[in-house]
Write a protein that binds this ligand. Structure first.
Ligand SMILES: *Cc1c(COP(=O)(O)O)cnc(C)c1O
Ligand code: SF4
Length: 455
């Protein structure tokens, strides 16, 4: 093909806690920094790979390098008190004590907000449908059991409990694949979103087993298949030189050939992730199958809390034929205090970045909170009758009727999440709260009558 470089296959190597003292790039860091990294990595899962370490991180910019902060643990991720507890254990060197302390700290830091575990899991024939979340009418999330890990772990990821084996993959599909029957019966569903972890860690046979049935009889109502993935960033070889790369692209072509839209929901945090030849080749190959790549990322302190970074990222995406889609506010991550950006600042970063790019990049929405009632965008700060307020708006709602509705919260420069906000203008609660309580109550009742399969 004209203008294409030959790419050599690359063998993936993972780096974790055990490699902190031996990885040559880390050996160059001060001893205390490696120690701090070991302390944190004994609590939260750490995984980088050879592509991320050798091609994405600019080691001359460490410790400020964004990709370094994206994949390697930082001391600030634990509160000083928790850090000290773990540091003591690590200094002592007693494996049992390290393990016990890790367990205690993880329990204290578990980010799963109450209700989140089951409020979105549907019930069919009086039992839970494992591995499915169905919160918004049109879109059903599927968590394949074989896709619950990633090519590297993001330091801010709220799914870390499953990576350390804490929550037993409660979200993942079971062997019966009952999710297919559920989707078949629910003809209001138009979009299936495979997510994880990262479904693209699965080999071609698993991918086929999950996706191909949806192209057959009974699934005519499915219009779009989405795959949420960070693989295009963390391991682009997946689409270029990995052994089953070509078969994956053929599968993508078959989805498109079935008359459906295939949307790769690419997780990108920084434009550096789109700067290598192999990353661009992966994008080119995916797009050639007829799939679109839509891009989303949370806004994270120490990684991308800068309007220049977002503007450059969106522009690069548009240039490569990708579509900017969402900027998220990071939810409770476990290391929230370290990564958190207040809502006012998130809005300012979004506004400034948005103002720098052409209309083609303004397909992006946000900054958005994926919260219990729905996806809520921080639309701005306004002064109404002398009261300074936040303007918020539903992008998605647990009740479809809430979508597009605006509402107001008291201005609060420290607020970083919906639950930090108070209604403006003396209202007792936000307009949706009574209905939300009712919806969750009804859901709870249906869960109680269901025999909890797999529990
Ligand atoms: C974000 C999200 C979706 C998809 O919403 P879109 O706005 O259609 O991209 C679906 N389900 C859940 C639970 C989500 O958080
Ligand atoms: S790729 Fe996604 S699921 Fe995996 S660690 Fe990063 S944020 Fe978490």
């Amino acid at each position: 093909m004209a203008g294409t470089t030959q790419f050599e296959p690359r063998k993936m190597k993972f780096y974790g806690l055990r490699d902190i003292e031996s990885l040559p790039q880390l050996r160059k860091l001060p001893e205390e920094r490696r120690f701090a990294m070991r302390v944190v990595a004994n609590v939260l899962p750490m995984r980088a790979n050879n592509y991320v370490v050798e091609d994405l991180i600019d080691w001359n910019r460490v410790p400020d390098d964004p990709i370094f902060n994206l994949t390697f643990m930082q001391q600030g991720m634990l509160s000083p008190e928790r850090f000290e507890r773990m540091a003591e254990a690590v200094r002592g060197g007693d494996a049992e004590r390290i393990k016990r302390t890790a367990g205690e700290l993880r329990l204290e830091m578990n980010p799963h907000p109450a209700g989140q575990m089951t409020a979105n899991v549907p019930v069919m024939d009086e039992s839970l449908v494992q591995g499915v979340q169905h919160k918004y009418r049109e879109t059903c999330l599927v968590f394949p059991s074989a896709g619950q890990t990633c090519h590297a772990y993001c330091t801010f990821c709220f799914r870390w409990p499953q990576f350390v084996g804490m929550d037993d993959l409660k979200f993942a599909t079971d062997e019966s694949l009952r999710f297919q029957e559920y989707i078949k019966r629910h003809t209001e569903i138009t979009d299936i979103l495979f997510t994880g972890g990262d479904p693209m860690v699965m080999g071609i046979n698993n991918l086929r087993a999950y996706i191909e049935p949806l192209l057959g009889p009974g699934f005519e109502h499915i219009e779009t298949i989405r795959i949420g993935t960070k693989s295009v960033s963390y391991w682009p070889y997946r689409y270029v030189t990995d052994r089953d790369a070509d078969e994956i692209l053929r599968l993508f072509e078959r989805i498109v050939g079935s008359g459906r839209h295939l949307a790769i929901m690419g997780h990108y945090n920084h434009h550096v992730e789109l700067s290598t030849d192999i990353a661009r080749e992966a994008v080119r190959r995916i797009r050639r199958t007829g799939a679109q790549i839509r891009c989303q990322s949370p806004l994270i302190r120490h990684i991308n809390d800068d309007p220049q970074v977002w503007a450059a990222m969106w522009q690069t995406q548009v240039r490569l034929g990708m579509i900017p889609y969402y900027m998220f506010i990071e939810r409770n991550t476990g290391a929230k205090a370290y990564f958190e950006v207040p809502l006012v600042r998130a809005y300012e970063i979004f506004r400034q970045a948005y103002g720098k790019v052409s209309g083609l990049a303004r397909t992006v929405r946000g900054p958005s909170m994926s919260a219990l009632p729905g996806k809520i965008a921080m639309e701005g700060v306004a002064e109404i009758h002398g009261e300074k307020v936040f303007v918020l708006r539903f992008i998605q709602g647990r009740n479809g009727d809430w979508v597009k509705r605006a509402f107001f919260a008291k201005f609060d420069e420290h607020a970083a999440w919906l639950t930090d906000l108070k209604p403006a203008f003396g209202a007792k609660e936000f307009f949706y709260e009574a209905e939300l309580r009712q919806l969750l109550e009804d859901k709870q009742k249906s869960l109680e009558t269901a025999d909890s399969v797999g529990d």
